[in-house]
Design a protein around this ligand. Structure first.
Ligand SMILES: Cc1ncc(COP(=O)(O)O)c(C=O)c1O
Length: 400
């Protein structure tokens, strides 16, 4: 059969991350690549209890079709959990926050629409937006997030700006209070909607991050949240909070995709969340991830000494961002690291425009402290060999 593909199918590419994850599934590899939460944090017993309870008390309803907006008690729980005044009618339960990105793309992007993104940004968002054929434009960014002057300069005719203020994927950076206030004011003045993606906000190590952008201007922000990082990603459960003006369109888009998010899962999570379960559970995740972040920073400081390697110290989340010395391309480095049984994600695919080939993302949450030590030592060894190779090539080129 000669399948004639839709033009949009040409815009769908295999996720670089998923391809890399395949390599990391090889036995013996220590993966600092994937964005997988630590399975040690999954509250299996709480789900076993909730599963039995839901089937016993509400079995028929839990296995029936349900409302597209989501399970009412869960929408209420989400509204109660958020740190600004949210009407549960504005909450749409989604099949992961990744679905929220897809719905936003369908409702707001035409072919050629300008969409502003951070430099770098979440690869999965670029992938979700891609089939709607936007023109993604990178806004210059620093350790505190997008730079306001550049945001203002590029805001004209943009459909929205996509922002990750907390422990960003991939860089781990956090937008300061001052920057949030300036971004929020600038976006409102430019009539620029914000799509705020916050799957990591609860995973802070020392202090909670500043208030979300949505709390500052609820009518100008679509806010995306997730249960993946505080409970388990296999649930595929997320939510969005949308202004009343746009909510019905997002709901219609969702109806067309999957009618509703699995109601069994929603009821189970609602049962798990009873009695403030997350207030007890999330601090255990924070403590574990903080220990692992500290271990990775200690290992990098020790193993990369003398090499021109820059890395940050994220205040939460799951990722650390590093920049290797001049002349190194992390895409070329990756297979050599894999030979030494360590995997990471090259940074370049996270850029909407020209990527920085020297960057890479390291996850500090999936591997144990002992594995982190071994993996960073192996990475440093791979880098030393690569630097020697690059040096030899430069020397040879100079002699020609
Ligand atoms: C920034 C960001 N947004 C959205 C998602 C999707 O998460 P979910 O599991 O809720 O679909 C991820 C997953 O890693 C992410 O890092």
């Amino acid at each position: 059969m000669n399948w004639k593909l839709a033009a949009r199918a040409a815009k769908m590419n295999p996720s670089v991350l998923r391809e890399i994850l395949k390599v990391t599934e090889r036995p013996g590899i220590i993966s600092l690549a994937g964005g997988l939460p630590s399975p040690k944090t999954f509250p299996i017993q709480a789900f076993a209890d909730a599963c039995a309870e839901v089937l016993h008390n509400d079995g028929q309803a839990a296995l029936q079709y349900a409302a597209s907006e989501g399970y009412a008690p869960l929408r209420q729980a989400v509204a109660d959990m958020l740190p600004w005044n949210v009407d549960p009618a504005q909450v749409l339960i989604t099949t992961g926050s990744q679905q929220g990105l897809d719905l936003v793309a369908k409702v707001l992007i035409d072919p050629g629409s300008k969409v502003l993104v951070e430099t770098p940004t979440y690869l999965g968002a670029l992938q979700a937006f891609g089939p709607m054929e936007p023109n993604p434009v990178s806004v210059a960014s620093d350790e505190d997030g997008v730079i306001v002057d550049d945001l203002v300069a590029k805001a004209r005719d943009a459909r929205f700006v996509y922002l990750l203020p907390n422990f960003q994927n991939p860089t781990g950076r956090t937008m300061t209070e001052e920057r949030r206030a300036a971004v929020s004011a600038a976006a409102a003045a430019a009539n620029l909607p914000i799509v705020e993606d916050n799957p990591y906000g609860e995973l802070w190590f020392d202090e909670a991050p500043p208030l979300p952008l949505a709390a500052r201007n609820p009518d100008g922000v679509i806010y995306l949240g997730s249960f993946s990082k505080v409970l388990a990603p296999g649930l595929r459960l997320g939510f969005l909070v949308a202004p009343k003006a746009i909510y019905p369109k997002l709901l219609q888009a969702k109806q067309a995709v999957d009618l509703h998010t699995p109601i069994f899962t929603q009821r189970m999570v609602s049962a798990v969340m009873k009695d403030k379960f997350l207030d007890r559970h999330v601090p255990t995740i924070r403590a574990l991830y903080k220990r692992q972040r500290d271990a990775m920073i200690a290992a990098l400081t020790r193993e990369m000494a003398g090499l021109d390697v820059k890395f940050n110290a994220p205040k939460g989340g799951m990722f650390l961002w590093a920049r290797l010395p001049e002349g190194i391309d992390t895409v070329t480095l990756l297979p050599k690291a894999v030979e030494r049984n360590v995997a990471f994600v090259p940074g370049a695919p996270f850029y909407a425009g020209q990527g920085d080939p020297r960057t890479l993302r390291l996850s500090f949450v999936t591997a144990s402290v002992e594995e982190i030590d071994i993996a960073i030592a192996a990475l440093a060894q791979t880098l030393r060999e690569e630097l020697a190779l690059v040096g030899d090539k430069q020397l040879a080129a100079a002699q020609i």
